[in-house]
Write a protein that binds this ligand. Structure first.
Ligand code: GAL
Length: 691
């Protein structure tokens, strides 16, 4: 086992190397991370721009971000372009050594466009057609909208694509998956299906199971966009609709990117996704150079630890986004982090002093190449008047969040002389590298047929993720297009939809020394969301060695118990009653109901590796925690035992420890290390950096 971990580690190092190559195309190890801020020149009197850029630079910012919502100013009339004002802003920013991220402003078409071509407007399921006066009201499925977007992008890219003051591009703003009922979307959906089912309506009928309830179609022209709110709507159809909807967003971004790359040879292209992992579009635009995300931590939600936890936010929210975005292309950026209070939460409290800096360090810890904040000045008018900036409404007074940015940027600059390559990380840390296999389609499918209202796919995954972070393990959340063999441990939680090819890959991974953890609901359906014509759940029997007798679901008020090594755990959302194979070790059993004593968790050696099957979802994640502890101990993978709220990561040869808990945390420095920032007693919202 030790040998296979060592072998894996070498592969890890190779993979890290190729990751860092991607990153090195655009970013330098010696910069560690660069920090920037959004500025909207069109919101302010031009006489103030220079003052603002000067102060931005003095605070320590290295780049700014322009033109995100400025289509009306850039093309005030159809095909009449005005880039002169933007040229002046770019020149002034450069005067203060601020590089620029240029944006495509496709989230905000100008009024002439919506009035002349109303067919581009997005239509909701209830028939509401969105209108001018806000943003994100145009349909990505409208061929005309795409054409008009690409036209202005072509002009912008021609103008700025070869300008060394522009480092890169952000496409659109927080492009989401649209559930758009625009008639053009319906036409495109039919084409999508024609293509997918090779123009053969029988194939589609088969895939969608339309023999059920007389749902059969005789031609593609009869198909409409599924009404998601209509009770019992065919969920196979909805699955395809969601795939189609995600593809509308990903292909629109790819089109934009290709248009820019016609001119831009030395500028990167990304976009700023909201980390809504289940939407299914993140990572789908293959033309982008890397992915970026936006993250808001304090907005009146209950997440966080202790009475004032809501002022810091969920301790793993940034970590999960890092671990999701980084593996897609090996590097990532964070485009928006709040500098203080926001305007759109249910309650918009002040972050805890230190929180803004803690979030920045959390982004750094994950390996990001840049962090950027929305926004420099607090707006005087418009929807976001109550949104904090780096400076207040007077345009000059630095806010408390602005001061925290300043502190972070100074700390980074002071650390730069000590840089090591980004992937320089201790062996002990990389030896516990773990991947979580994620496919948004599983949660789409499960959500339409939950079987138990208390089931939550992301929470289920979160139970494993949380423990991995307590181990101080580097985690990659990966999709099926990645190589599994570089991870000593791979977890596929509630991986409902599989095919033989995937199960074969899992078998091969395990036989070659990998340690696979599968959890309940895995392998129960095919990629169309249909059950296999076989015993329920049996697709993975050749891995687990078990058979499934049946599954049970309990009322939340009357949960069941599972026992493992004398400890008891409660569950109610999903429990599979297993018949263990001859070589399966039973790790946990049910202790009540008519299946008392039957297995819930098993472990089995297969080839050079192991396969652990967790057939139950515990209420509070403690069973998942203890299964992982037991497994890593069995595998002799050394792990940490960090309390919830404390995380530790390595990059550039430095260790970063973050404290989101409501208690100070005493960290034991690894032998021979020295503190660079903070102290080993880390207060709430505190950061420790060591080397
Ligand atoms: C983000 C959005 C920004 C701004 C910000 C306010 O979601 O991308 O444009 O609206 O919210 O917090």
């Amino acid at each position: 086992m030790k040998r296979s971990i060592l072998f894996t580690f070498c592969l890890c190092a190779m993979l890290s190397f190729s990751f860092s190559q991607t990153s090195k195309l655009w970013f330098k190890d010696k910069d560690l991370i660069q920090t920037g801020v959004y500025y909207y020149p069109e919101h302010w009197d031009e006489s103030q721009w220079e003052r603002d850029f000067k102060q931005m630079h003095e605070l320590g910012f290295e780049f700014t971000h322009f033109a995100e919502f400025a289509w009306a100013q850039l093309e005030p009339e159809e095909e009449k372009y005005d880039f002169a004002w933007l040229d002046r802003a770019v020149a002034l920013a450069a005067k203060y050594q601020l590089k620029v991220i240029m944006c495509t402003s496709t989230a905000t078409p100008p009024v002439w466009l919506s009035r002349k071509y109303p067919e581009i407007l997005l239509k909701e399921e209830d028939g509401t057609v969105l209108d001018h006066g806000a943003r994100q009201h145009a349909s990505f499925s409208s061929p005309l909208y795409r054409e008009l977007s690409l036209k202005i992008i072509d002009k912008l890219a021609q103008h700025y694509g070869n300008d060394s003051r522009i480092v890169g591009w952000q496409l659109d703003n927080e492009p989401a998956v649209q559930f758009d009922y625009n008639p053009k979307a319906e036409l495109r959906f039919r084409d999508f299906l024609r293509n997918k089912y090779k123009n053969d309506i029988h194939q589609l009928n088969n895939a969608w199971g339309t023999a059920f309830w007389s749902e059969a179609y005789s031609s593609f022209d009869q198909i409409t966009l599924p009404k998601m709110r209509q009770m019992f709507m065919n969920h196979h159809q909805i699955l395809d609709y969601r795939r189609f909807a995600a593809e509308q967003t990903t292909s629109f971004l790819d089109d934009q990117c290709l248009q820019i790359k016609k001119y831009a040879k030395n500028q990167w292209v990304t976009t700023n996704y909201i980390p809504n992992y289940e939407e299914g579009h993140i990572g789908g635009s293959k033309e982008l150079d890397f992915q970026s995300y936006t993250r808001y931590m304090v907005y009146g939600g209950k997440e966080g630890i202790g009475r004032r936890g809501y002022r810091l936010g969920d301790p793993l929210r940034i970590a999960f986004a890092n671990d999701f975005f980084r593996p897609i292309q090996g590097t990532y950026g964070v485009m928006e982090l709040q500098p203080g209070q926001v305007n759109w939460g249910s309650i918009n409290p002040q972050p805890l002093p230190g929180a803004v800096r803690l979030w920045l360090w959390s982004v750094f810890a994950g390996g990001a190449d840049f962090a950027c904040t929305y926004r420099y000045r607090q707006p005087l008018y418009g929807t976001e008047q109550y949104h904090n900036g780096i400076v207040g409404p007077d345009g000059v007074t630095v806010t408390s969040g602005g001061r925290e940015y300043q502190t972070f940027m100074k700390e980074i600059k002071d650390l730069r002389p000590r840089y090591a390559p980004r992937e320089s990380k201790p062996k002990e840390y990389t030896a516990r590298r773990t991947a979580i296999l994620f496919n948004h389609e599983n949660s789409w499918s499960i959500d339409r047929q939950k079987q138990n209202v208390t089931w939550n796919t992301m929470d289920h995954i979160g139970k494993y993720y949380r423990q991995l972070k307590a181990f101080g393990a580097p985690v990659d959340i990966i999709s099926e297009d990645k190589d599994f063999s570089i991870y000593p441990v791979l977890i596929a939680p509630a991986y409902q939809m599989v095919d033989d090819a995937l199960v074969d890959r899992w078998v091969e991974y395990v036989k070659n020394g990998g340690n696979l953890i599968l959890t309940c609901r895995t392998g129960q359906k095919d990629r169309y969301g249909r059950l296999f014509e076989a015993p329920f759940g049996s697709k993975i029997d050749r891995l687990t060695g078990n058979k499934m007798e049946f599954y049970d679901l309990l009322l939340p008020g009357d949960p069941g118990l599972v026992v493992m090594d004398g400890e008891k755990y409660t569950w109610n959302t999903w429990g599979e009653i297993l018949i263990p194979g001859k070589d399966s070790e039973t790790w946990a059993t049910y202790t009540n109901e008519f299946y008392e004593g039957k297995p819930a968790v098993t472990m089995r050696h297969l080839g050079k590796g192991t396969i652990t099957y967790v057939g139950v979802d515990s209420k509070d994640g403690t069973l998942e925690r203890d299964v992982l502890k037991k497994l890593y101990a069995t595998l002799h993978i050394s792990v940490m035992d960090l309390p919830y709220g404390v995380t530790m990561e390595y990059r550039n040869g430095m260790g970063i420890v973050l404290n989101y808990s409501d208690q100070p945390y005493n960290f034991s420095l690894p032998q021979g290390s020295k503190v660079l920032i903070g102290s080993t007693t880390i207060p709430t919202a505190g950061v420790l950096v060591f080397k």
